[in-house]
Design a protein around this ligand. Sequence first.
Ligand code: ADP
Length: 251
Amino acid sequence: DVSHGPILYLEDVTVSFDGFRALNALSLSIDAGELRCMIGPNGAGKTTMMDVITGKTRAQSGKVFLGQTLDLRRLDEAAIARAGVGRKFQKPTVFEQHPVWENLELAMKSDKRWFAALRARLDAPAQARIEEVLETIRLEDAAYRLAGELSHGQKQRLEIGMLLMQQPQLLLLDEPAAGITDDETMELARLLNSLRGQCSMMVVEHDMDFVAALAGETGRVTVMAEGAVLAEGTLDQVKRDERVIESYLGR
Ligand code: ADP
């Protein structure tokens, strides 16, 4: 089980592109084991925030910490991934020509050296772990199908499974429900809810039904606008917040 205290801590994080502040003194903290939904209009800085956490973009100032002590601003992308931060982009990226179980096997190798692993072939497949993750992502029955034959929603779940193979501390998910059916969306919400306590998650999402399924009545939702946190609270609270309504309508 995960310990208490923040797993992710951002303080006054600023990122400028040619003088434009994509992140403007962003401060934010996520508790260990928490599933935090992040919403906000286009251009709010959500992607830039994830880029900063994963080391893809450098912050000009501020603090970015994993747990109490790990200063992520001092690490490069590979080291941040090794420290246990997994990221899922909007589009699923799986090895379409390979069976589902083999995608999971390959994902056990960190640093994205998957293609090298493809050639070398792992000698110890750690079947138990693969079985466990297959069950978690509910793809037991699809284990020997080619990943390319899966539905979009199944590919999203497979990719989350690939991240889970590395037993991450923190998962960052960028619009995982984009482009999948309603049924698949609810299946995905079930999957993410089942991961609570196993790892912490930050989910950037536009689909409000999906956010509602993840946050429930008590989960915290953070609203970003103009590179900073505009509001934070339950989904119900932030939806009624005048500033939030204005920030969406103002665009
Ligand atoms: P969101 O994900 O919330 O839609 P982004 O983080 O993608 O927001 O973008 C925040 C702002 O920063 C936008 O105005 C965007 O145009 C700008 N921006 C993002 N990346 C770059 C970049 N590499 N160069 C210049 N401007 C950028």
